[in-house]
Design a protein around this ligand. Sequence first.
Ligand code: ADP
Ligand code: MG
Length: 338
Amino acid sequence: MDIIQLLSDSIANQIAAGEVVQRPASVVKELMENAIDAHAKHIQLIIKEAGKTLIQVIDDGSGMSNTDARMCFERHATSKIRESGDLFAIKTMGFRGEALASIAAVAQVELKTKCAEDELATSIRIEGSEFKSQDFVQGPTGTNFIVKNLFFNVPARRNFLKSNPVEMKHIIEEFQRVALAHPEIKFSLYHNDIEIYNLPESKLSKRIIDTLDKNYRDQLATCQEDTPLIKISGYVGKPQLAAKRRGDQYFFVNHRFIKSSYLNHAVTSAFEATIAQGTHPFYVIFMEIDPSHIDINIHPTKTEIKFDDEKAIYAILRSAVKQAIGVYNLTPTIDFES
Ligand code: ADP
Ligand code: MG
């Protein structure tokens, strides 16, 4: 007897969603990255009840056509790559075409979007992968994405969510990472109608203190190195900023936040005896590298990365940090007025 069946799209999407959408913060990350890829200059994040009832991202980016507005919810539907060769030259945050299909599988979604060429915006409602409505409406160019009642149809996942303060902490972390990666973009964050952040476009140094800690003013040393393999820029905190708590370490590779204990070691070891054992230096370091020399397609959340020349990058980074903390007394005072 034959017993094998193909799963329906909505079940397949729900299974895939398990990987991409772990908690409200995952939705925040995916929606904000889509806004970045759409070249938004202003991104608003609106949250209710730590994202459990509402996650809304409003951007003034390219928006979508009527057809694309529907198409974006299909699995493996993307405007960002076309053929396998493109995988080796990723310049966008997204490329898997999975996020929106996954989110729509496990939440009640409303999308309102308009591209510059179109007169009218498209409004779509989709719940648990089921299209509910599609209409032409008035609206500005850009995208307004509303995600309500995450995991409304997956009670086990919904019950698994942590308390509001914990889920909100994860959301703020994602928000901070994206905001740090793009000081040229205006961002705001509201939680339960209270403004948490309202960040004007600025220079990186100002974005760091606006986003993380006012006390970092005057505590940052410029970190810069230009080699054919990699271009490094950003700031390291002076040794006295080193802290017991982890989490104030930010690497961005081609503007994508990544975690790397290997490269963290390169930075930490460059501080040598200037910081106490067991403390972690503060840094926001950008690395620009030819996309063909890295592989970001290791995990759906793309926070891990493989470098072709890991050892060389380690050495260049370590030397750049050494130079930064060695000469910080000599560098002119940073001008924080953007
Ligand atoms: P990916 O980002 O990997 O392409 P997504 O599921 O996140 O996949 O999005 C699917 C497609 O929908 C994107 O490739 C893009 O064309 C479109 N899209 C999503 N969000 C936006 C947005 N905020 N503005 C414009 N287009 C968007
Ligand atoms: Mg995406």
